[in-house]
Design a protein around this ligand. Structure first.
Ligand SMILES: [Fe+2]
Length: 191
């Protein structure tokens, strides 16, 4: 289930909002300029090939990209593979990539077709931990300070929308703020 937990940027223990109510989540995010919406989910999304997944969502994608803004649309996927001895290291490397606070020159637009991940949006004096699950589409505006945690057992399929091919590259602030906030695992455990 999708979850939003809003905390003071200076003190993660100061929780002002914690909700799994989709309407409240969308409203809280909209108030802060964040687009958040739901698309229908496919029961076996994780097993569907990327090309087929893009075809399944072609109508939704066309609507989102009505202005032709997103020149690169792809599918990012990561699934646990316990049979691979390299998996723990691969998972950790993937996770660490975006765990530190950063921003992008363009909007970060992601649709979770399967699995989950948490965006932490550092806006003004708040941090909004937004756990996205299958069916959630989030658009983090260009320049917004944020980080992303895919958890200790990364598992998701996400459609990514880029204006430029290197749109995913992060501009890291060097601020270690993320270390003071609950991880995705901790947010879920507190449910
Ligand atoms: Fe990012």
């Amino acid at each position: 289930m999708t979850l939003l937990q809003i905390m003071a940027a200076t003190d993660a223990a100061e929780v002002t909002v914690r909700t799994t109510d989709d309407a409240v989540i969308a409203a809280e995010l909209a108030q802060r300029g964040i687009t958040f919406e739901h698309w229908p989910t496919l029961s076996n999304a994780a097993a569907i090939a990327s090309e087929d997944l893009l075809a399944e969502y072609a109508d939704r994608i066309a609507t989102l990209d009505a202005g032709g803004r997103y020149r690169h649309i792809d599918v990012a996927r990561i699934h646990p593979d316990e049979s691979n001895p390299e998996w723990p290291a691969l998972a950790e490397a993937a996770r660490e990539k975006f765990l530190d606070e950063h921003r992008h020159a363009e909007d970060e637009v992601r649709f979770f077709a399967a699995g989950r991940g948490c965006f932490y949006l550092h806006i003004g004096d708040e941090v909004l931990a937004t756990v996205c699950e299958a069916g959630d589409l989030v658009s983090v505006p260009a320049g917004t300070l944020h980080w992303f945690d895919m958890g200790s057992r990364p598992d998701f399929v996400a459609l990514r929308f880029f204006e430029e091919e290197d749109g995913w590259i992060g501009d890291f602030t060097g601020d270690k703020i993320s270390a003071g906030f609950p991880t995705l695992d901790e947010l879920l455990a507190a449910r």
